[in-house]
Design a protein. Structure first.
Length: 438
């Protein structure tokens, strides 16, 4: 593993950003400003991170703890060069739920499967280390990267719209809260001055939350019932004498069925880092390298499952925050991870954040996910992709329709959909379609 890690002497950045950032990857804000910026990232990831364990019936505190630890593991593996936040992965929900059902409610197969999936990441990282990164440019030219980023952003659009309440039968109160949250973030981004301009989402969430309280949309019962201090309810694969719940490592067909998801999540991993590279004006897949980012993601996922938490993944919400604020500081993300780690022990605060209505998160997500999709358009414009060429038009069209149209392709135990199916389609078409002359 040592060959994958970056020595301290190499932590200095080897490249300059090609975009105008307020704070670059290796720069740090003043302490007080840094704390507010970090809390902004905590709020951005919180809703999705706790939703996964709620769906699966897992301890929320463990997911929050694993999110913080996983992000720190990732940063260590990448030499603190990539401003990525890791949170609970939605890709594993169906497979984990099915494994738990097959095991009579026990988490043995589900947790073992996720642990092994993380180890698959490590093996793939080793292969990438040997093969190098020259193949990335061939497989992922701008005509593939642009639509892939658009699919990543707009693929999440349905979730944002649903949370915001803009659906048939939706409550007007929730829709109003979402609109206010969106407008606060939008006006601060466009009209804000100084430091206020770089924490628009923090103000938007607070403003939306206060408005939701006024409309009677917030239930404070979970806060009143929660303890001030709680040790996260870890599940561990060994007996601790009663302090935590125990599960047993299990290697059966229910476990094996989870492993192919690695194909999908590795595709998403590459897509997320491609988006972040465009936003930050860097090439993170080459420096520090895909082998290091995969290594960090894989170890973080295995550690999370070992502790009884869900799989980890890179978070588009936090990438969206970076895109809107132009603050790419790794130290801000690192401190957000430390805050999440600390909050997992404070029951009342965790409960308070969990009372933020979906409409607040939905209003914010409309902007965040839209920013991600818009960066895909920026790639196509910046690289001057010529859509008068039928080849480019076919690749982009197929990717967008399959990625956004809800297409799925089942190949044995593996189901490709969304970003993964779109990316695979674009890569294959790019390799087999003949090039045209202008």
């Amino acid at each position: 593993m040592g060959s994958f890690l970056v020595p301290k002497s190499e932590v200095i950045m080897e490249e300059e950003s090609t975009v105008d950032l307020l704070l670059d990857v290796d720069q740090s804000p003043a302490p007080l400003k840094g704390i507010l910026l970090s809390f902004q990232h905590v709020f951005a990831m919180f809703g999705a991170t706790i939703l996964v364990p709620l769906i699966l019936g897992m301890p929320v505190s463990v997911a929050l703890f694993a999110s913080g630890v996983g992000t720190l593991i990732y940063m260590t593996c990448t030499g603190f060069k990539v401003p990525v936040y890791l949170g609970s992965s939605f890709a594993f929900i169906t497979a984990m739920a099915l494994a738990m059902k097959e095991m009579g409610g026990k988490v043995d197969a589900a947790q073992t499967g996720v642990i092994l999936t993380g180890l698959i990441y490590v093996l793939v990282a080793a292969g990438v280390k040997v093969a190098g990164t020259r193949w990335i440019d061939k497989l992922l030219p701008a005509v593939v990267i642009g639509p892939m980023i658009i699919v990543i952003g707009l693929g999440l659009a349905g979730s944002a719209v649903k949370n915001a309440g803009f659906v048939e039968g939706g409550d007007w109160k929730n829709a109003l809260v979402a609109v206010l949250t969106f407008l606060i973030a939008a006006f601060i981004n466009t009209k804000g001055k100084g430091f206020f301009k770089i924490i628009p989402f923090l103000f938007a969430i607070i403003g939306g939350y206060v408005f939701a309280v006024c409309l009677g949309l917030v239930n404070f019962d979970p806060v009143l019932k929660a303890n001030w201090f709680e040790i996260p309810g870890f599940y561990l694969p060994f007996n601790t004498g009663g302090a935590f719940k125990q599960y047993n490592l299990y290697f059966g067909p229910e476990t094996i069925a989870i492993l192919p998801i690695a194909i999908v999540t590795i595709s998403e991993h590459i897509g997320d880092h491609t988006v972040l590279s465009q936003i930050c004006g860097r090439q993170f897949l080459k420096q520090p390298g895909l082998h290091r980012t995969l290594l960090g993601d894989g170890i973080a996922t295995s550690v999370s499952a070992f502790l009884g938490g869900p799989a980890n993944t890179t978070y588009g919400e936090n990438t969206g925050v970076i895109g809107m604020t132009r603050i790419a500081s790794v130290s801000v993300i690192r401190n957000a991870a430390l805050i999440a780690l600390s909050l997992s022990f404070f029951g009342k605060f965790t409960a308070l954040i969990s009372t933020i209505p979906n409409s607040v998160l939905g209003g914010m997500s409309i902007l965040l996910y839209g920013v991600i999709a818009s960066n895909g358009l920026k790639v196509l414009i910046k690289e001057r992709v010529d859509f008068s060429l039928m080849r480019n038009l076919i690749i982009a069209s197929a990717m967008l329709v399959l990625g956004l149209g809800g297409a799925t392709l089942k190949l044995g135990p593996v189901t490709l959909a969304g970003t993964a199916l779109s990316a695979m389609t674009g890569i294959i078409l790019n390799l087999i379609l003949p090039h045209e002359s202008n």
